[in-house]
Design a protein around this ligand. Structure first.
Ligand code: NCD
Ligand code: ZN
Length: 343
């Protein structure tokens, strides 16, 4: 096959950031995706309807002229979030709220320290039909970083799901066989996003032959048996797994440093990288469901009407992207060859 046409895709998890950075990130995503779930981990975070709608306006202002790209906003749950915040915010523009355990990742200091204290909020979300998006890692300092996702399932995710079986939960950017197995076994209200890097790479790609800061993201890359299980579930065509790039830009100097930031900026090649994964798995017929159907279905939204076409054609990801203020970002897959190109 040299050409592939699929329904236009959506990105169900990414980070646009704010300010001038929006002029880079929003066009890069609108190039390819019709809708995106925009993560709320700004400083300060997006905590309520007013902040979410104001952020949405800033994103729309950075959308290229003529584009019909639609940002979908997410509330950031804190220890102070109330059921009233949920009832006020739930709408077409704000379909979800995100649970970050405190200290789990970039800008998560104001996040939730006692997850059980939020149960009244989860109850309100379940009643109102707001989705709960979860960064599923425990953060206790004694827990090994490679075990943090697995332990989160037993300590928090399963208790939340058992208590609120009707609450729609997206287990975000899963990285382990444990997470994939949990999602497969749970009821139809539990789904997961999977990033391109967790399908393409394993922890050797982070650590063998020298440390590679541009492959460092959270949850951290796991061993190859976990990577293979993620590949298996996407190739199975299960509707519980859908596209969420977790595209998360950081400037070059904040990644190439003694204590580097977590996040891979994949927007420039997102759909192309996923296409490569499905091609390598001999499962190109499953790409459209993963990229364009299952996320919309899970969120209860219409599937997109238009199409995109990919061509089998080699191209090289730029080694750096220069921002208007002179800073630069090293994109995910920098300098490497991709085999598919978006027309
Ligand atoms: C994300 C970021 O930089 O905001 N980083 C990452 O490694 N994925 C935060 C997140 O999604 O955990
Ligand atoms: Zn993320």
């Amino acid at each position: 096959m040299t050409q592939l046409t699929i329904t236009a895709p959506d990105d169900w998890h990414l980070h646009f950031r704010d300010g001038d950075m929006l002029n880079e990130t929003v066009p890069a995503t609108a190039r390819c995706f019709k809708r995106a779930i925009v993560m709320p981990n700004l400083l300060p975070p997006v905590r309520n309807k007013r902040e979410a709608l104001a952020y949405r306006e800033r994103i729309l202002a950075a959308t290229p002229p003529g584009s019909d790209f639609q940002p979908l906003m997410v509330l950031y749950l804190t220890n102070e979030t109330t059921p009233a915040d949920i009832h006020e915010a739930i709408s077409r523009e704000i379909p979800a709220a995100k649970l970050y355990p405190a200290g789990a990742t970039t800008n998560s200091d104001s996040a939730v320290s006692a997850i059980e204290a939020l149960y009244p909020v989860f109850g309100a979300m379940s009643n109102a039909g707001m989705l709960l998006l979860i960064h599923g890692e425990v953060t206790a300092p004694e827990v090994d970083i490679f075990d943090r996702e697995k332990l989160f399932i037993e300590q928090h995710l399963d208790p939340i799901h058992q208590r609120f079986p009707d609450l729609k939960i997206v287990f975000e950017h899963i990285t382990t066989a444990d997470a994939a197995d949990y999602v497969v076994a749970a009821n139809s209200n539990v789904a997961a996003t999977i990033t391109p890097q967790h399908l393409l790479l394993n922890r050797n790609d982070l650590l063998v032959g020298g440390i590679r800061p541009h492959n460092y993201c959270l949850p951290v890359l796991k061993r190859n048996s976990h990577q293979r299980r993620l590949q298996e579930v996407v190739a199975s065509g299960s509707p519980k797994f859908f596209l969420g790039t977790d595209s998360a830009p950081h400037t070059k100097h904040t990644k190439e440093t003694a204590c580097g930031c977590a996040g891979c900026y994949s927007a420039w090649g997102a759909l192309e990288l996923y296409t490569q994964v499905f091609d390598d798995l001999d499962a190109l017929d499953k790409l459209e469901g993963f990229a364009s159907f299952y996320g919309a279905d899970f969120y209860g939204l219409k599937r997109n009407q238009s199409n995109v076409t990919l061509t089998r054609e080699a191209w090289t990801m730029p080694s750096e992207i220069t921002l208007s203020n002179g800073d630069s970002i090293v994109p995910f897959y920098a300098g490497q060859t991709l085999n598919w190109r978006l027309a």
